[in-house]
Design a protein around this ligand. Sequence first.
Ligand code: TYD
Length: 209
Amino acid sequence: MSRRSRGIFITFEGPDGAGKSTQVELLAQALAEREPLVFREPGGTELGERIREIVLHRPESMSAEAEMHLFMAARAELLRTRIEPALAAGRIVIDDRYQDSTLAYQGGGRGAPVDWPASFPKPDLTILLVLPPDVGLDRIRSGGKGLDRLDAEPLDFHRAVAAAYDRLAAADPDRFLRVDARGAPEEIHAEVLGRVRSLLAESEVRASS
Ligand code: TYD
């Protein structure tokens, strides 16, 4: 497979309350000249937004496995209809959560049998914002935004999610950039942007060689 026409796929991961959305926005602004496409999961398609409503905001109980499939169904739709065409056209895609979220939350947090489907592309870079689970929970509980079904889980669940993220990052150190989310947003952004700029420079070297 030729990599020449492929764009750059960047994902953001981390616990709730780590400031992910702020960092996604700052990165998109910094890369504005290259017109990156930004998505958040679950969502980004009509089907994905409906699944988001069911999986995050409905009171019905659901098994861990059903929850896993719902997140992955939304992702499959986003991949096929938006992300893959954009990457094939050489665009930069920034995704606010991706398969690592399902591995961490449904796999690590709930114990569901999650794997990585062969048809889901691996990101070129995954930025993991690291925050102690109690700090993240305090931030969202005092943030006045309202809790989703996952936010409302007890501290032990969020500890298991954080541990799963640590294992994922340790197993794939080339793909992950771990950043301490307790720093100032501008400092975190500078670290993220530094890594993204070297990724872009590498891909330009590859494309011209
Ligand atoms: P997000 O939109 O990042 O919420 P917030 O802005 O409140 O951090 O993510 C929504 C929630 O969905 C979050 O609690 C994590 C959860 N989630 C999963 O459990 N599995 C997944 O695969 C995804 C994409 C999200």
